[in-house]
Design a protein around this ligand. Sequence first.
Ligand code: ATP
Length: 327
Amino acid sequence: MTVNTTVTVRVPAKVNLQLAVGPRREDGFHDLVNVFHAVSLFDEVTVREALSRRPSPSEGTGSAAGPVLAELTAGGSLGSHLSRVPLDASNLAARAVTLLAEGTGRGTPVAVHLDKHIPVAGGMAGGSADAAATLLACDRLWGCGLSEEELVGYAADLGSDVPFALLGDTAVGLGRGEILRPMPSPGRFRWVFALSAQGLSTASVFGEYDRIRPDAPEPRLDRALADALASGDPVALGAALTNDLQEAALSLLPELERTLKTGGGAGALGSLVSGSGPTCAFLVGGGGEAESVVAEREAAVVEALEGSGLCEQVVVADGDVPGAMIV
Ligand code: ATP
């Protein structure tokens, strides 16, 4: 029998095609209708057996990391974003290691490396993606043999966006986002993402939403969006993209309005702030369209965004794609 001493998992970012947010509940959460769409912008998480625990310098002496996490490091292509990744016990990947070790009783010391390409605090669920990938990698490394349902249960304990990162494709999240129903969509779509140099904290965007929308209605799945996905029509999909948090994100970072207008003016079929922002997403085609048509629109949107000086980085990705996968 082959024993794995290193496991690498590739995990996608998400964009929300619809994010409908209800009023703040008594417990502080909001009911959501959250249409998740996994895109080909990936983090890679590598978990390897470690002989003994060696705290990383950034942990400091007050780290609450358990004995199972020997080392946590991060690298990748994210420029200024990387410095915002915490390398202590608050990292969602570290929390995933601890939770699975406690839950299964099988944890042995591991070193975790995050190769990050998903923007940090960018509204694309990068931290949740890393948590999902870490659960899958540790399950394999420790030989826990958990079912998909069991892994999704651990994922839901870590955060409402984590289960989707395991499953991928396109799905609607209900409740706090953790109850997932697949939304099969035959089309594959091309996206351009404008990454901001800044981050936006999800909590502050929800706080702003509560301030400007105290009368928010109960969230409902948008029929036009569901129909556009089912038909694979990129023009209908572009017209149906909505995000209730967009107004709050624009209120906190007004320059995002210019970013959205730049991509829209260059021919994107639809544009919106991704999740709690500040990443802006532009649909540039797909479905049954000819590749040359999509490529032309993509080039125009990329050129306009890069020339605008409004974003730190512009990346292109396709959706949907499957969730976390061992490579
Ligand atoms: P979401 O879309 O789920 O609201 P997000 O994409 O806006 O999340 P993340 O990249 O997940 O934001 O990061 C949010 C915060 O979480 C970061 O500012 C950082 O302090 C913290 N964090 C914890 N673990 C990670 C991780 N593995 N990668 C990135 N950030 C992390």
